[in-house]
Design a protein around this ligand. Structure first.
Ligand code: HEM
Length: 217
């Protein structure tokens, strides 16, 4: 019997490397180089911003390349074959983001999220709930591809259905919108005129959402 030796084209490594590099460079540029954040905060605070942006972009690629192809756009095989790795990497980066965020989530660091008495503001509460729900949905989505659950077609069908995905994506929208919209509306306050990372990620989200709305079967 002849073994197939054909190698599938897969650009995942390159896409991940370039996305992480550009996201980190943007975070460094916006917060350290043209912004006021001291370099000592790079390893946690600013790295977290870069990681969350990279994760968001990778996840948007993962969800949107198939629907984009359905819309008639020519998406190369190398990009399509990369989807699963992009999704898993995005999820792992989000895990790092969540762990770092849990550790630094304090009024001293994120004053705008807290009332004077130390409780969360309404919008911060909605934003964090959105982040946590979005994280859990991504987890369920990853689980849906694990072999042990393959038998449960109902579960897989539900988690990967168009309607579920379109609703689930709104959780990450809430995470970004309620965290950042006040700053988005004040361009004069942007470091070096560069838009906040939450707005950059949100823009990716809107494009990805529209592609999914029309292109997902
Ligand atoms: C357990 C779940 C999560 C928690 C506790 C959490 C927490 C946070 C916090 C505290 C921030 C503000 C960070 C900062 O401004 O430096 C943030 C920002 C952000 N999060 Fe999350 N998050 C979670 C899940 C997610 C998920 C699932 C996504 C993507 C799908 C995500 C994407 C982002 C992005 C892109 C930013 C913007 C960074 C910025 O503007 O600085 N997060 N998150």
């Amino acid at each position: 019997m002849e073994l197939s030796t054909s190698v599938q084209k897969n650009y995942a490594g390159k896409i991940i490397a370039i996305t992480c590099l550009l996201s980190l460079l943007y975070a460094v540029l916006r917060y350290h180089i043209v912004g006021p954040v001291p370099w000592k905060d790079f390893p946690f605070l600013i790295l977290n911003k870069g990681i969350s942006l990279a994760a968001f972009i990778l996840l948007t690629f993962n969800f949107s390349l198939g629907p984009l192809k359905n819309l008639g756009v020519k998406v190369s095989e190398g990009w399509l074959n990369s989807r699963q790795v992009l999704g898993m990497t995005g999820f792992l980066l989000i895990l790092i983001h969540a762990l770092i965020s849990f550790m630094i989530f304090k009024p001293e660091i994120f004053g705008k999220f807290f009332e004077e008495n130390g409780s969360l503001t309404l919008y911060a509460g909605i934003s964090m709930l959105g982040g946590i729900l979005s994280f859990v949905v991504l987890w369920a989505y990853n689980l849906a591809f694990k072999t042990t659950l393959k038998e449960d077609q109902k579960f897989i069908g539900f988690i990967t259905s168009r309607r579920f995905l379109l609703i689930a994506m709104l959780f990450s929208m809430a995470h970004l919108f309620f965290m950042g919209y006040e700053g988005w509306l004040n361009p004069s306050g942007w470091n070096g005129g560069l838009p906040p990372i939450s707005l950059v990620a949100f823009t990716f989200f809107v494009v990805g959402y529209i592609i999914n709305l029309f292109g997902r079967k």
